[in-house]
Design a protein around this ligand. Sequence first.
Ligand code: AMP
Ligand code: ZN
Length: 447
Amino acid sequence: MKLFNTASKKLEEFNPIGDVVRIYTCGPTVYNFQHIGNYASYIYWDLLVRTLKANNYKVKRVLNLTDVGHLTSDGDEGEDKLEKGAAREGKSVYEIADMYSNDFLKNYRSLYLTEPDVIAKATDYVEADMRAVDEMTKNGFTYETEDGVYFDTSKFEAYADFARLDLKGLQAGARVGFNDEKKNVSDFAVWKFIKPGEKHAMRWDYLGRPGYPGWHLECSTIIHEELGEPIDIHTGGIDHIPVHHTNEIAQSFALSGKPLAKVWLHANFITIDGEKISKSLGNVYLLSDLDERGLKPLDYKMWVLQGHYQGTRNFTFESLEAAKQRRLNWRNRVALCYQKDIKSDDGLYDKVLAAVSENLNSAEAFAIIDSATISLEDWQKIDELFGLDLIDGTPDIDDEMRALISKRDEARKNKDWSASDQLRDELAKKNIAVKDTPDGSIWQYLA
Ligand code: AMP
Ligand code: ZN
């Protein structure tokens, strides 16, 4: 299996460190609904897990939910996103975190995404965060300022390497007067103090003052607690490369003296009708918005898997409609397997798996599927690989339905067109169409 490693900027043969492939995925900040673009990366990482499993690897995967400390900028400025969400909706931060975590997980499951082995809420790891800061401080990587404990990036020689950062340029471009207690412009808070009078509902006592963890810290801490460094694969969005992942790597080195991950995978961004997804453009579509247009979460998953995690993707409703039709076509090919004995082309499934094992090239695998003849047994394996609910979502019909089809065939034979039309309508109500072929009639799903 080959994967493109952001750390080396190369396509590499994947070799796991131990018996179990340990994967960490940076999860959502649970302060608002996630839009369809956000879900694309989880779809790609689901494909990663499924492809590893199809290649007989055992997997342990952790996904975090950021329910504290993520400021509105990647740096240490702005409001805490959770506090902002709570103020917006007149709810407590805990209610906000609960509500949006549940919404995220509901959507996650509607996309048939493999359940992570651990779903780690940042607030459950705050004690561990404090221990991590203690350890980083003991190892000489932090300093304290008026508003928090900062990571001294000059103490980690390789800081600029991962994202090929131009630190001199960054230093020169720093705004005058901005947090002049910071020693280097790239330094970041691992812990923030809450000033007297400052509103921040989530707070923990540490170093004799109330405060909360810096948002990059949770990922290093959770990996340290749940998986151990170095992990095999770390995944996230391309926006995480210059700050969030760079900071995770620095923290984890300060904490454990080890590299954080062997392979780094980053998903590119999706545009909608050629535009960035943004509130001001009114194109922040949710999965629930698709439903209103008769489109299912799995149609969206199909659309996402038609492309590649490293490519920029442009979403349009027309292209989603096409993905829906392609998935329906596959489901009807499954349906045909219940009606005829269909054998696969030689080595079909191996070809599909080989394509997807080449840096998750699902688009190539889909092209193979489109032009092949496939048995029910292989459709089952394909469904296991992509999680598109092709088998359970396309069940064989029952005896009652078979009887209706026979009656319709009989009516047609007797040229009783009105009875035949009536039976066709009855079947259509049950989402079944009957097609007449030279070898007799076959049934298909209408949607
Ligand atoms: P946010 O809640 O806005 O920070 O988004 C969470 C994560 O979703 C980001 O860190 C990105 O990696 C990912 N993301 C945001 N927008 C998009 C997009 N348009 N396409 C793909 N991924 C996105
Ligand atoms: Zn992270």
